[in-house]
Design a protein around this ligand. Structure first.
Ligand code: ADP
Length: 521
């Protein structure tokens, strides 16, 4: 970073400006640990959907096959009871005409047999409604006496009675199962007789009897089973189709991102990731785009650094070699001035190497602070005294301070920071070659400001100047201008010292770089 007035060959060597396929980012090194491993998204989705389908089918099978009989019976029985109650309501309201038509309608719509008797006295009854829709109906095929027995049983049972019968296909008749007489039947068909007592407006007793088969028709059961098989097939095919569609919508964008990521890994940092999937995939594309931009930036900086360093190394080396050869071949050139040039150039090399070492140490966190009580005012004036050679070249380096300040810090790190700022100021100051260093004490800090009268820094570049390897002017202004590491060293060191730093600049009228250390003097 040490400035000098030397002008040397400014051509770039081009080292490091080669193809982006350099070793650090080589796509050939991309790990293939997971490549081609794990099930395809489609099969995984299909598996989940198939499990889902299987659960639905089991539920359907339970309802349609296993519990069909009991559910059907429950529904049928409650249906019969509701119908009987509706009919008794009509009786109670003396609406006999409506009673007939409603009985007919219910009998056909609910597959019931209806028989309603008006009980005139103990042994006689008049048939009011009779609808016989079922073959072998229990209530229409019983004798008169049984009906009176049924009436008596209903009275004894509190006004209603439910009786179950089972069909015997050999005798083609129903046997009661309610009173324990279970016929040896070859048929599953079960029938129910629901008896309900009612009274009309005049208090006349009625016997309402409803009969219905409560076993599902075997054809219905077979239909349901066949349907279940067809539905199973359809649902499985549908799951496969859904898995295919969903996996396509998810995996296509992922495959595209993967292809772009491979290009990026291969060193194509201008690769951009297109986001046209769902939100998560879009966010991933955003992150990858950000990573690509950052990688590109780092790669640019890296190449620039190598170009700069090689240039900066070559310039002093060329000078040393040139002056050395001249002094060897021409004894008259062996002057103290020429020897001084060789020494200066060697110092520049040392300072460059030191900068690079410093920044790598700071970045790796290996730098230990050596703290002691330091009179920073004296240290600053001592350091600025070393610029006497520049003063002879027409530079003015002013140092103003309000009072002497002693605080606990790492002296060499602190001086290195100010040294970097002063070197920059010397490099960038205006034609008046003026650099002002000021030390001011405030309530809880001491501030050192380094002001130059140069061009200042454009506002859009301000944010980046503290970055490693960043240079506002990509082209070297003077052969001595540094590597873009100086301010990054300032930043990292101030963070370590627990201080703050910043810059006040206005384009055209110079910049003031400042650092502050905590101080309660
Ligand atoms: P360099 O070694 O190139 O000076 P620095 O990290 O010290 O690197 O500075 C980064 C960049 O900030 C410089 O390249 C320069 O563009 C800008 N800069 C630093 N100090 C000044 C200054 N006093 N005036 C104008 N620009 C400056």
């Amino acid at each position: 970073m040490k400035p000098s007035a030397n002008h040397a060959d400014d051509t770039r060597s081009g080292i490091g400006a080669g193809t982006p396929n350099s070793a650090a980012f080589s796509g050939n090194n991309v790990s293939s640990q997971y490549r081609g491993k794990g099930p395809r998204l489609m099969w995984r989705l299909f598996f989940y959907l198939a499990v889902f389908t299987a659960v639905i089918l089991v539920i359907l099978w339970l309802f349609q096959v296993v519990f069909l009989d009991s559910i059907y019976k429950l529904i049928k029985i409650s249906d019969i009871r509701v119908c009987a109650e509706r009919l008794t309501d009509l009786i109670a309201s003396d609406n006999i005409e409506e009673l007939e038509s409603r009985s007919l309608e219910l009998a056909h719509s609910r597959e019931l047999c209806v028989l309603i008797l008006r009980m005139t006295d103990k042994d006689t009854a008049i048939e009011v409604v009779s609808v016989d829709t079922q073959l072998g109906c229990v209530i229409h095929n019983t004798d008169k006496a049984s009906k009176f027995t049924l009436y008596d049983s209903a009275v004894a049972n509190g006004g209603s009675l439910t009786q179950r019968f089972r069909f015997d296909s050999r005798t083609r008749s129903y046997y009661s199962t309610s009173d324990g007489i279970m016929a040896e039947t070859t048929d599953d068909r079960e029938s129910i007789v629901y008896t309900l007592l009612a009274k009309d407006g005049a208090g006349q007793d009625y016997l309402v009897m409803l009969n219905s088969v409560i076993t599902p028709v075997s054809a219905t059961v077979r239909t349901l089973n066949t349907q279940l098989i067809i539905i199973s097939g359809l649902l499985l095919a549908l799951s496969l189709l859904m898995a295919l569609i969903i996996s396509r919508t998810i995996s296509r964008p992922l495959e595209r991102l993967n292809a772009s990521a491979r290009l990026l890994a291969g060193g194509a940092f201008d690769t951009r990731f297109s986001a046209d999937g769902c939100r998560e995939i879009n966010e991933l594309a955003d992150t990858l785009n950000y990573a690509a931009v950052e990688l590109g930036r780092v790669d640019d900086l890296r190449r620039e650094l190598i170009a700069n360093i090689s240039h900066d190394l070559r310039t002093p080396l060329t000078m040393i070699e040139g002056y050395g050869e001249v002094m060897r071949d021409l004894p008259g050139e062996n002057t103290p001035d020429n020897v001084q040039i060789i020494i200066d150039e060697a110092k520049r090399l040392t300072s460059l190497v030191n900068d690079i070492l410093d920044i790598s140490k700071l970045q790796s966190g290996n730098q230990e602070l050596v703290l002691s009580q330091v009179n920073i005012t004296a240290a600053l004036s001592d350091m600025l005294g070393r610029y006497s050679r520049l003063i002879s070249e027409g530079y003015t380096i002013r140092f103003d301070y309000d009072r002497e300040v002693t605080l606990e810090t790492d002296e060499s790190r602190f001086i290195a920071v100010v040294y970097n700022l002063v070197n920059n100021a010397v490099t960038y100051t205006g034609a008046d070659k003026l650099v002002a260093v000021t030390q001011t004490v405030s309530d809880n800090a001491v501030r050192i400001s380094v002001t130059d009268t140069g061009e200042g820094i454009p506002p859009d570049k301000l944010e980046n100047i503290w970055d490693r390897y960043y240079k506002v002017d990509k082209v070297h202004r003077r052969a001595s201008v540094g590597t873009g590491l100086g301010l990054s060293i300032v930043k990292s060191t101030m963070d370590m010292l627990g201080g703050t730093y910043g810059v006040i600049t206005s384009p055209g009228s110079g910049s003031t770089f400042w650092i502050e250390l905590p101080y309660w003097g």
